[in-house]
Design a protein around this ligand. Structure first.
Ligand code: PEP
Ligand code: MG
Length: 581
């Protein structure tokens, strides 16, 4: 079947099968139409809204930038805000909309481009740079003008085909019952892929030229298990996939039956299955799939859901609602991991954001923002089922500085007569290689560790997790990765610190036997992955897993480890499960 020419091969980013019409979402460089409009008032309201939204976004950037980057660099954003307030520019745009009766995006593009083209011709570097800033603001306004249109245009039950997709797009699309995602760019652990998995929507990413090969309204099949996209399938292909969908739903029924049973190996080793929470829509999945608790709440998602940095009250409401819903289960709330690939609607123009101002670095540089979150988490901890976790920890002093802020918040709350759990557990993500080598020292400071393989692999192997061009080099079974995971787990045991894993590797059915064999006892994965992993674990023998891990630790290449793991999967896993992968 794979020899047919209507099949594209990409990266299997979220499992599942979907058959539907394609919706081509062109985000970058949208064509600006000069269409005549009939309702000038409506266009002017649209423009005002887009300007207000752009201003809001820029204020958010400015408040972040001013603390860290100083007045000089932050001034760029302030200047952009000033442009949005420039009465001459705004009134000439408005006048032209009224007199020419053309779409606001066309007029905005035309008016602002007049400035940028003159400036970009300048020989002065300063002027050239300013022209980029103005280009930026133009795109921001146009994006905000377009967004409004786009949400009403997309129809239900389509497969979105696009060059690249941001986590916020994924969330937005999910509201109109999108059946699947196909993208030209992106890797397995890009945030869009993670969100697609959380929402249980099949996705194939990194296809390079899907947007050229697929036309609007083409019928397509996405096979999110094997990373295949079939364009205008023939009858044979359709029949095969309809049958697979039937098998899949039968399998789902079986999974439903075991959902309340423990993740117990055939020889009695129980594994704790927790859920990752990315978007609040997922809570029903988590409860439905009987997770024992939540091993990771990606709180940065709140920025996608709310317009501004949510204040303490808003955060308190969100966290305490989650804590109540999973009670008596535990919820692990991670401090905002902003930056890297999880950029807000902000662009700080960092040359290398993955190695830049991200996670704990940004939080410690913005103590006000950080303390607002700490206070909200502490206040949500009154039922003693909340843990707090720090992202992107590389050095001990980052933990010590965070603890000082936590202590300050505790004191403040005490003085204000506000209740909180005095013994709230504090943990860190192990996702930077430097931290992986210092488990002993970290264990003296904190209560638990959670391995973030998405970043750990990226930083160990120097491979951008979201870049499909190097996705071949992103090897979770690289011997150094496997040995580092083993080291973290055994050091954690030695120093009595709980170790879990919340990176995507924990949800990979091929990786799970090895991870358990390495001694991992807690997995935190997308809620939708829990039932099938439970089914796999319930068919495994723990003694076999220990042997598998011992063998893999001796191997020298990712190729050998991969082979050994696949052989294990073929020999030890039941046919019914195997056939799905
Ligand atoms: C990780 O890095 O593995 C992780 C769980 O965090 P995130 O994917 O949010 O960076
Ligand atoms: Mg991470």
């Amino acid at each position: 079947m794979n020899t047919k020419t209507n099949i594209l091969k990409g990266i299997a980013a979220a499992p599942g099968i979907a058959i539907a019409e394609a919706f081509l979402y062109k985000k970058e460089k949208e064509e600006i139409s000069s269409d005549v409009i009939s309702d000038v008032d409506d266009a002017l309201v649209n423009l005002d809204n887009a300007l207000a939204q752009s201003k809001k976004e820029l204020r958010k950037i400015f408040s972040l930038a001013v603390d860290k980057l100083g007045e000089k660099r932050a001034a760029i954003f302030e200047a952009q805000i000033m442009i949005l307030d420039d009465p001459v520019l705004i009134s000439s745009i408005k006048d032209r909309i009224s007199s020419e009766k053309r779409l606001p995006e066309y007029i905005v593009e035309d008016e602002i481009s007049k400035y940028t083209s003159i400036m970009s011709l300048s020989h002065e570097v300063y002027m050239k740079e300013r022209s980029h800033d103005i280009e930026d603001i133009k795109n921001r306004i146009i994006k905000n003008l377009k967004k409004k249109k786009w949400t009403s245009k997309i129809s239900d039950d389509v497969i979105v085909v696009t060059s690249n997709i941001s986590p916020s797009d994924t969330v937005l699309f999910s509201r109109v019952n999108v059946k699947g995602y196909v993208t030209d760019f992106g890797g397995l652990t890009s945030h869009a892929a993670i969100v697609a998995r959380s929402l249980n929507i099949p996705a194939v990413v990194g296809l390079h030229d899907a947007t050229n090969k697929i036309n609007e309204r083409d019928k397509i099949i996405i096979d999110g298990f094997h990373g295949l996209v079939i364009i205008n399938p023939d009858n044979e292909q359709l029949q095969e996939y309809h049958e697979r969908i039937k098998r899949l739903s039968k399998y789902d029924e079986e999974l439903y039956k075991i959902r309340e049973l423990p993740a117990l190996t055939t020889d009695g080793k129980e594994i704790e299955m927790l859920a990752n929470l990315d978007v609040s829509d997922e809570m029903s999945f988590i409860i439905h799939n009987c997770a024992k608790g939540i091993g990771l709440v990606r709180t940065e998602q709140l920025f996608e859901e709310y317009e501004e940095f949510p204040d303490e009250e808003r955060q308190y409401e969100v966290y305490s609602k989650i804590a109540e819903q999973v009670y008596p289960g535990i919820v692990t709330i991670r401090a905002f991991d902003i930056g890297g690939d999880k950029v807000l609607p902000v662009d700080l123009h960092e040359p290398n954001p993955m190695l830049g101002w991200r996670g704990i670095r940004l939080l410690l540089d913005n103590p006000h923002l950080f303390k607002t979150q700490i206070r909200a988490v502490l206040r949500a901890s009154t039922h003693k089922n909340v843990k707090f976790m720090l992202p992107m920890i590389a050095s001990l002093n980052e933990v010590q500085d965070s603890k000082k802020l936590i202590d300050e918040c505790k004191k403040e709350l005490h003085q204000e007569n506000k209740r909180y759990d005095k013994n709230i557990s504090l943990g860190i993500m192990i996702e930077v290689p430097s931290a992986a080598l210092m488990i002993k020292e970290f264990s003296e400071e904190i209560d638990f560790l959670s391995i973030g393989t998405n970043d750990l692999i990226q930083y160990m192997l120097a491979v951008d997790r979201g870049n499909d061009i190097v996705s071949k080099q992103y090897q979770e079974f690289h011997p150094s990765v496997v040995r580092t995971i083993q080291y973290i787990i055994s050091e954690g045991k030695k120093y009595n610190t709980n170790v879990s894993m919340c990176g995507e590797m924990a949800a990979d059915p091929f990786a799970v036997p090895l991870l358990l064999g390495l001694g991992l006892e807690t997995l935190s994965v997308s809620a939708s992955a829990i039932p099938s992993l439970k089914k796999i674990i319930r068919s495994l023998n723990y003694a076999d897993l220990i042997k598998l891990a011992e063998d893999c630790l001796k191997l020298k290449t990712e190729y050998e480890i991969n082979k050994s793991i696949h052989e294990f999967f073929n020999n030890k896993i039941q046919d019914q499960i195997k056939n799905l992968y």
